[in-house]
Write a new protein. Structure first.
Lengths: 299, 268
C-alpha cells in the first residue's frame, strides 16, 4: 500500500471515507489538466442548469424573431452577433447547453444501464449465455448509431426522447464489453470464493461483491463518453433529426450557420466553441478520474 | 475414536483437458482415491507440496467443486445428495480461512459488513437482527484480538496479521463447527504467524472447533495438529498421529519431506 495510507492511519479513525476522498482530491489536484477539465465541466453544468435564466435575450430563446437585426456582427450588445433570424447567438448557445448536456447524460446513463446488465450477466454466467449475449453485442456494434437514429426518427418522429433512445441503443455495447471483462476478472477473486463458501446467493455475489468492484472503470468510461455523446447529439441536430427549433441546440445552430459561411462566420463560432470546450472538458475530467480511481489504467 | 465430523471416501477429481487451438490438453488428476476421516474436536493436518491437490480437496469439501467420484460426508450425510436449501444451511457449519488475507476481504466493504455478512445470509439459523449482528461482530473482533472501534474501517487500512484475524472472525460468524484452514499463516510474517497460530489454538479450546489444517509448513503442522496426512500428486501417501509420522515415517516420501524441512524448535 502507499506510504500515505500508513502515515494517516492514526487520524483515519474518525472518518476513513472522508480521508480517502481527501487523498483522491489531493492526487487529482496534482494534475493541472484534470483541474482544467473539472473547471470546464463545472462551467458546462452551470450553464446547463442556469443557461436559460441567464441568457441576455430570453425572448430569443423562446423563439422570438427580430428580422431587422439579422446578421449583426459581434458587438457589445451581441457579443457573438446575431443569426439569420436576428436572434442573439450568445443567448441561444447558453440555452442550448441544457439540451446537449441532458441528452449526453441520458445517453450515457441508459447505455451504462443496458451495458452493465448485459455485460454483468454475460461475465457472471459464462458458457452459452455469455456466448449469446456477447454475439448480440457484436451485432449491435455493427449498426452505425447515426443510421439507427435516423431509422428511429423516421419511425417514431424526431424529438428529444427518441433521439436519446436511438443513440443509447447503439451506445451500450462498449459498456457491455467493459463490464463483462471486469466481472470475469472479479469473479475469480478470493473474496468472491469466500462469499460463495459462506452460502451467498448468486444475486448477492454479483451485486454485493463483484459489481461494486467494477464501478471505477465504468465511471471513468462514463465521463470520457459524455463528450462523445454530446457530439453525437449535436451531429443528429446537424443533419436535422434531433431537437426541433425553436428549442436551441448546438448542432441545429451549426447546421443553420453552415449556409451563410464563411461571410457570416460568427453564427457558427459560438456553438462550435461551446461544443469543443464541453468535449475537451469531459475528456480531461475522465482522464483525471482514471488517474485516481483506476491507477492500473494510467499511461 | 470420537464421532467423525467429516468423512472423505474415495474422492477423485479429474479436470478434463481444455480444447485449445493446438488440440486437446491432457486431463489432470487432481485427486486420486482420497479417503480421510476427521474426528470431532481434533486438528487434522493435510500436508503437501504446491500442486498436490490440497486446494482442490478444500474446494470439494466446500462444494465449490464437484468431485468426479467418491463421497464427502458431513456428520454422516452425503453432501452431494443435499437439497440446495440444506446445503445452504450446511455452509453455516463449515467455514474456511484463506491463505491470502490481502485477497480474501472485499475491498469495498467495511469490516462490519464483512463480519456480519455470514450472519445476514444465515439469519434464519443465527436469528439476529441488525443491531444484534453488529454487537456480535464487535464481540467476534474482540475474540480474535481486535478492537470493536475498527468496525467502520475498510480492509486496506489493516496489516496482514490483522486482516487474517478479520478473516477468522468472518469464518466464526455463522457459528461453524468445522473450520478449514487453507495455509492461514503462510502469507504472514514469522512473528505474526505465531500470534495467529496461538489465536487458533485458543479459539479451538474455547469454541470446541474441529480444524482441517492445510499447509506445506511442517513445523506449523507439528505445532498445531494431532493427526496428519501427507498428500502427493493427489494421492494420500501416509496418514497417522503427528508424533508417529514425524518420529517414525513409514514411506520414502514422508522421510524425504521431513528431512528436507529446516530444523525448527517447537515452542513449549
Amino acid at each position: 500500500m502507499s506510504d500515505v495510507a500508513d502515515i494517516s492511519m492514526p487520524h483515519a479513525e474518525a472518518a476513513p471515507r472522508r480521508e480517502g476522498l481527501a487523498r483522491g482530491w489531493f492526487r487529482f489536484r496534482q494534475s493541472r489538466l484534470s483541474m482544467v477539465g473539472a473547471a470546464l465541466t463545472f462551467v458546462v453544468l452551470f450553464f446547463a442548469v442556469f443557461g436559460m435564466m441567464l441568457a441576455p435575450y430570453p425572448e430569443h430563446v423562446a423563439g422570438g424573431i427580430e428580422t431587422g437585426l439579422r446578421f449583426l456582427p459581434p458587438s457589445w450588445a451581441h457579443p457573438f452577433g446575431t443569426n439569420e433570424l436576428g436572434q442573439d447567438v450568445l443567448s441561444l448557445t447558453m440555452a442550448g447547453t441544457t439540451v446537449s448536456v441532458l441528452a449526453g447524460f441520458g445517453v450515457v446513463l441508459i447505455g451504462t444501464l443496458i451495458g452493465t446488465v448485459m455485460g454483468g450477466i454475460a461475465g457472471f454466467a459464462g458458457g452459452w449465455l455469455d456466448e449469446i449475449l456477447m454475439r448480440f453485442t457484436d451485432l449491435t456494434l455493427t449498426i452505425p448509431s447515426l443510421i439507427l437514429a435516423m431509422a428511429i426518427a423516421a419511425a417514431l418522429g424526431p424529438g428529444f426522447e427518441n433521439m436519446v433512445l436511438a443513440i443509447s441503443l447503439s451506445w451500450w455495447p462498449g459498456y457491455a464489453r467493459l463490464v463483462r471483462g471486469e466481472v470475469i476478472g472479479a469473479r475469480e477473486e478470493v473474496y468472491v470464493t469466500a462469499a460463495r463458501a459462506i452460502g451467498a446467493s448468486p444475486t448477492r455475489v454479483l451485486f454485493r461483491h463483484i459489481l461494486p468492484n467494477c464501478v471505477s472503470p465504468i465511471i471513468v468510461k462514463m465521463s470520457l463518453d459524455m463528450g462523445f455523446a454530446i457530439l453525437t447529439v449535436a451531429g443528429l441536430g446537424f443533419i436535422g433529426i434531433g431537437v426541433r427549433p425553436p428549442t436551441p441546440e448546438w448542432g441545429t445552430m451549426l447546421s443553420n450557420a453552415r449556409s451563410y459561411m464563411p461571410d457570416i462566420w460568427w453564427t457558427a463560432m459560438a456553438p462550435g466553441t461551446a461544443m469543443f470546450l464541453t468535449v475537451v472538458g469531459f475528456n480531461l475530467l475522465g482522464d483525471g478520474l482514471r488517474d485516481i480511481l483506476d491507477p492500473k489504467g494510467r499511461r | 475414536m470420537p464421532e467423525p465430523v467429516l468423512e472423505i471416501r474415495n474422492v477423485s477429481k479429474t479436470y478434463t483437458g481444455r480444447r485449445g487451438l493446438f488440440g486437446k490438453s491432457d486431463p489432470v488428476d487432481a485427486l486420486r482415491d482420497v479417503s480421510l476421516t476427521v474426528a470431532r474436536g481434533e486438528s487434522f493436518g493435510l500436508v503437501g507440496e504446491s500442486g498436490s491437490g490440497k486446494t482442490t480437496l478444500t474446494r470439494s469439501i466446500l462444494r465449490l467443486e464437484q468431485p468426479s467420484s467418491g463421497q464427502i460426508l458431513f456428520h454422516g450425510n452425503d453432501m452431494a445428495a443435499l437439497s440446495p436449501r440444506s446445503l445452504r444451511r450446511l455452509r453455516a457449519r463449515i467455514q474456511i480461512v484463506f491463505q491470502d488475507p490481502y485477497a480474501s476481504l472485499n475491498p469495498r466493504m467495511t469490516i462490519e459488513d464483512i463480519v456480519t455478512e455470514p450472519m445476514l445470509i444465515h439469519r434464519d439459523i443465527v436469528g439476529l437482527d441488525r443491531a444484534a449482528r453488529r454487537d456480535r461482530a464487535a464481540e467476534l473482533l474482540s475474540l480474535v484480538g481486535l478492537g470493536s472501534q475498527l468496525l467502520r474501517r475498510h480492509p486496506h487500512e489493516f496489516s496482514g496479521g490483522q486482516r487474517q484475524r478479520i478473516g477468522i472472525a468472518r469464518a466464526l460468524a455463522s457459528g461453524p463447527e468445522l473450520l478449514l484452514l487453507d495455509e492461514p499463516t503462510s502469507a504472514l510474517d514469522v512473528s505474526v504467524q505465531a500470534q495467529v497460530l496461538n489465536l487458533l489454538i485458543e479459539l479451538q479450546d474455547r469454541l470446541q472447533l474441529t480444524y482441517f489444517f492445510i499447509s506445506h509448513d511442517l513445523a506449523v503442522v507439528r505445532y498445531l495438529c494431532t493427526r496428519v496426512a501427507l498428500i502427493h500428486h493427489g494421492r494420500i501417501i501416509e496418514e497417522g498421529e503427528t508424533n508417529r509420522i514425524f518420529d517414525a515415517p513409514q514411506t520414502e516420501y514422508a522421510r524425504t519431506l521431513i528431512s528436507a524441512a529446516p530444523e525448527v524448535r517447537v515452542p513449549a
